[in-house]
Design a protein around this ligand. Sequence first.
Ligand SMILES: CCc1ccsc1-c1ccc(O)c(O)c1
Ligand SMILES: [Mn+2]
Ligand SMILES: [Mn+2]
Length: 259
Amino acid sequence: LYNTAEDFAGMRKACLLTARCLDELAAIVKPGVTTSALDRFVFEFGMDHGALPATLNYRGYKFSVCTSINHVVCHGMPDDKPLRDGDIVNIDVTYILDGWHGDSSRMYPVGQLKRSAERLLEVTYECLLRGIAAVRPGARTGAIGEAIQAYAESERCTVVRDFCGHGVGRLFHDSPNILHYGRADEGPEMKEGMIFTIEPMINLGKPHVKVLSDGWTAVTRDRSLSAQYEHAVGVTATGCEIFTLSPAGLDRPGLPPLS
Ligand SMILES: CCc1ccsc1-c1ccc(O)c(O)c1
Ligand SMILES: [Mn+2]
Ligand SMILES: [Mn+2]
C-alpha cells in the first residue's frame, strides 16, 4: 500500500509528465507521420524532462511507446509505415520519473474517421470512466470490471479478456490485476492508498485476440476495430484520484473543450 501524501505526490508528477506528452502527441498525429517518429518524440520528450520510458528493454521490448492501430488491440510496435487517413491509433506511454511510473494511453484519430470508429472511441472512453466511477475503499476490484462490461455490452461492443489493468507505482506492474469484465463480488477489496491502472480494450466485433509471430502485436481474431484508454488512479477515502488526466482536457475523444 502507498501513503496518500508523499507517494501520491510522486505519482502525480510522473503521471502529469505522461499526460503532457500525450497532449503534445495530439498535434503530431496526422496522415503520413510514422509511428517510429512518434517513438522518437516520446523518447526525446522524456529525456528533456529527466524521465525514462518504462517499456524500453522491458521483457525484451525495444521501444519507448506502444502504437496500436485499428484492429491491433495492444502492444503494437512502432515502425516506418505512415499513418493513413481514417486510422485510429492507441499511443501508450509510461514514464519513470524519480522512481514513479506514470502509465497512460489514449486513442488518436488520424484525419477523418468513419462514424463507427468515432463511436468506438466514445464507448471505450465511457467504459474507462464507468470503471473509475466504481473505485472506492470497501468495494472489490470486480466492481470495476462489472461496470465496464455492462456498459460495453449495452453498446453492442465486447471486452478483451486477455489483458488487464494492474497495480502501478514504484513498479510498472504489481498486484492487484484489474479485470475489465466480471462481477462486483469478485477480486480483492480496494483500500485507500492502492494505486492501479484501468485500461479497457473494447472491440466492435468479437472479444477474441491472437498474438502475431513477432511475439508482441495482439490483434482481434475477426480483424474488427479495437480501442483502448488507460488512466492510473489512486484510491482515496471518498473514491479515487485520476493521476493521468490531461491538464488541457485532451484525454477524452472528440474536440478539446473550448478554452
Ligand atoms: C511493451 C510494454 C509491455 C510489454 C509486456 S506488457 C507491456 C505493457 C504495455 C502497456 C501497458 O499499459 C502495460 O501495462 C504493459
Ligand atoms: Mn500503458
Ligand atoms: Mn498499463
